[in-house]
Design a protein around this ligand. Structure first.
Ligand code: SAM
Length: 195
């Protein structure tokens, strides 16, 4: 049950969603605001209520996709933005996807997975990205323990996990985090290597 599809669905149904900040997080908003090409394909994995997708859509990024194993938040996104094509709202397991994207935006999905899945996340992200594609977003910066989700980690761990498949362009304490997460998260830009 722990971290299964039912577990996540029940968290939404019981409104036990402390991770849900209710709007696009500021570091991700600032990153989106400097993107020039609005035609790129973007995936938000473990999107939940997907405020990042809503923001992207409203900024004109019409090639935005979300995936989640819980259906309730996806239904909610569709209610909020009926214009998003249904085939861009993927009710699926991230690890079962086989499309290709130019950008993956990470926001409290990695930390929600069992830590044993971290290397699988790295290789799946690599496989889902087009040449020179990027994973960009936020990772928590607090010690990894058995307690979670959210499961923590450190810059050293994240660098070591991603560096064989990705160029580490940025990995630093986020300067524009929302207040409750100040100094507790790292903003990163990892670019797919041509292997
Ligand atoms: C902590 S929540 C974060 C949701 C959203 N990113 C946010 O910041 O509000 C983690 C999300 O990942 C989803 N999830 C967990 N495992 C998944 C998987 N294997 N594939 C797709 N989604 C998954 C859960 O259903 C949940 O919506």
């Amino acid at each position: 049950m722990k971290l299964s599809k039912d577990y996540w669905e029940n968290r939404y149904k019981s409104k036990s969603t402390p991770w849900d900040i209710g709007y696009v997080s500021t570091p991700i908003q600032d990153y989106i605001d400097q993107l020039k090409d609005k035609n790129i394909s973007i995936l938000i994995p473990g999107a939940g209520n997907a405020y990042e997708a809503e923001y992207l859509w409203k900024q004109g990024f019409k090639n935005t996709y979300v995936v989640d194993i819980a259906k309730s938040p996806l239904d909610d996104l569709k209610r909020r933005i009926p214009a998003i094509p249904s085939n861009q709202i993927l009710f699926n397991d991230f690890f079962n996807l086989d499309e290709t994207f130019d950008l993956i935006i990470e926001q409290t999905f990695f930390c929600a997975l069992q830590p044993t899945l971290r290397d699988k996340y790295v290789s799946k992200s690599y496989d889902l990205l087009s040449a020179n594609g990027k994973v960009v977003g936020l990772f928590f910066d607090f010690p990894l323990t058995k307690e979670g989700p959210p499961f923590g980690g450190s810059a050293t761990e994240y660098r070591n996990r991603f560096k064989s498949k990705f160029k580490i362009k940025t990995l630093e304490t986020s300067y524009n985090s929302i207040q409750p997460r100040a100094n507790k998260e790292l903003f990163f830009i990892f670019e797919k290597k041509n292997l």
